[in-house]
Design a protein. Structure first.
Length: 125
């Protein structure tokens, strides 16, 4: 990712996020996977976060993105996970029962790593 600028700062902050559905259920396939990709793109655009690579797998999501230094990675993870989970349950209500069993919530855990100016291929290795 290239250096980004605000009025008062120049930065190259890139993060690698990974998160899973509750119980690591393999529900991110087909229409749901496409919907998750679309929602993540919308969330990043509306928050002016620069999205890099995005990989939606059956049981987890990888996202490389950059944001202003004033935005905490924990806040980004909370917004991304919470919004996508909420919107999936709105658009695919039948999946909520099978995805979550008895508990209508999402997994609270996630992984984040600051990747700085490394390339995506280096991170993937």
């Amino acid at each position: 990712m290239d250096a980004q600028h605000t009025k008062h700062s120049t930065y190259t902050l890139a993060y690698h996020f990974v998160w899973c559905p509750k119980y690591r259920k393999r529900i991110l396939t087909g229409k749901i996977a496409a919907f998750v990709e679309q929602e993540i793109r919308c969330i990043c655009e509306s928050n002016t976060w620069t999205r890099g690579a995005l990989y939606v797998r059956e049981d987890h999501v990888h996202l490389f993105q950059s944001a202003s230094p004033s935005v905490a990675p924990s806040l980004m993870a909370h917004i991304l996970k919470g919004t996508t989970a909420h919107r999936i349950f709105q658009h695919f209500p039948a999946r909520q029962e099978t995805a979550l069993g008895w508990c209508p919530s999402r997994s609270r855990s996630y992984y984040v790593d600051g990747v700085g100016d490394m390339s995506v291929t280096t991170v993937l290795k």
